[in-house]
Design a protein around this ligand. Structure first.
Ligand code: PLP
Length: 392
């Protein structure tokens, strides 16, 4: 039996994912299988637990900042996993990736400036832009021969006409699961350079990459444009509630500007649990991540086969990365409300509605597959039964 099969799915109520109040307010019922928010049901790698245990046993929680040793382990990890060379002096620690995005929006643009995102995309990008009183310009992704691609023609047209100040890139892309390749990123960077627009690349899902794909960071392009990368061990190691986020800013002027704000607001004071858990994860967690990826890919293959055989009407965009899957229910011709009723009330699944990521995606649902395969199988059996009951 695989270690990821044995994880409990007896969800505790204080977890956001299974909190009955959240479930009821968002999906209309408390009794749903929670497969929405992007965290994992798996127990974290043992070396991380051991390190946390060591801190508890030590019983002393004096001030303890150690960002340089964290930056070195992130750098070593990225070189090993992605052949990516990162300079430790270009890192800035923040409390999370979203904090970093919110900060960069405020530091790199002014109120009412236009910021471009590639929809459908992680809903918090929308919120971070709007709550900072900036405007969203959407460069919708397009589907070409069953695969999501960037629409460069639309992008160039928007860069020409909309006075865009910032592009927020999601790589790997949540929710569509694309891992942008070198050619695509090169094209994006050269357009951004032509129109003098900064790119902020959110690479939090960078380590969840499946076997047929390689990850390319925007930091590998080695140019001096204002490119910033945001990462964190959160998604890779299932450390959402104990990890920090990291900015990587090769451009010295931009680095100094952001560093001074972060430092003046004391946003870079990590805590010891996060620091040592991160170091343990990146130095001793690799075997666990390798096993995780094999496990997730096996689940993806099961889903693909099941859908082809049992529910071919659902279009499944097989992910190159991330543990989210993006499902298109458009072939059933249901209204937005009828689809929600089918998924939430009849199949009793808490999936994330496509409209969170773009208002045009009311026929889509995102499912989190970082849960035991038996759980995923149960979810799809429930879906098949709910469809049968509706004769769909
Ligand atoms: C693309 C992306 N960025 C950021 C986050 C959240 O990052 P953090 O919890 O570090 O703020 C998520 C979580 O789902 C995500 O998918």
């Amino acid at each position: 039996m695989n270690i990821f099969d044995t994880i409990h799915t007896n969800y505790e109520h204080h977890f956001v994912k299974s909190n009955p109040l959240f479930l009821e307010s968002m999906f209309g019922s408390k009794d749903l299988m929670p497969l929405w928010i992007a965290d994992m049901d798996f127990k974290i790698a043992e070396p991380i637990t051991n390190e946390l245990q060591r801190l508890v046993d030590r019983g002393v929680y004096a001030y303890e900042f150690n960002p340089d040793s964290v930056f070195k382990t992130i750098s070593d990890w990225n070189f090993k996993r992605h052949q990516l060379k990162l300079e430790t002096k270009a890192f800035i620690q923040v409390s999370g990736v979203l904090t970093g995005i919110a900060l960069l929006i405020r530091e790199l643009t002014k109120e009412n400036d236009n910021i471009l995102i590639q929809t459908p995309v992680y809903h918090q990008f929308h919120k971070a832009i709007e709550t900072a009183n900036r405007k969203i310009i959407s460069n919708p992704l397009k589907v070409v021969e069953g695969k999501y691609e960037m629409d460069f023609e639309d992008l160039e047209q928007k860069l020409q006409s909309e006075n865009i100040k910032l592009i927020i890139l999601c790589n790997p892309h949540n929710p569509v699961g694309r891992v942008w390749n070198r050619k695509e990123l090169q094209k994006l960077i050269s357009l951004a350079n032509t129109y003098n627009v900064t790119i902020v690349s959110d690479e939090i899902h960078a380590d969840i990459i499946y076997s047929k794909t390689a990850f390319t960071s925007i930091a590998s392009f080695n140019n001096e444009s204002h490119i910033t990368i945001l990462g964190s061990p959160a998604k890779t190691f299932g450390m959402q509630s104990i990890s920090n986020g990291y900015l990587y800013i090769p451009n010295k002027d931009v680095f100094n500007k952001i560093k001074s704000t972060v430092s003046s607001m004391y946003l870079d004071h990590g805590n010891a649990f996060s620091t040592f858990a991160t170091i343990a994860a990146y130095t001793k967690g690799e075997a666990w991540v390798n096993e995780l990826l094999v496990y997730l890919e096996n689940s993806i293959n099961w889903i693909l086969e099941f859908l082809q055989k049992e529910i071919p009407e659902i279009t499944f965009f097989v992910p190159e990365g991330t543990y989210q899957i993006w499902l298109d229910f458009g072939n059933f011709n249901l209204s937005e409300e009828a689809l929600k009723e089918l998924i939430f009330s009849e199949a009793q699944l808490a999936l994330t509605p496509g409209t969170w990521f773009s208002k045009d995606h009311s026929q889509f649902m995102r499912m989190n597959i970082a849960t035991p395969l038996s759980n995923i199988q149960e979810a799809f059996y429930r879906l098949r039964r709910a469809l049968d009951e509706k004769s769909l």
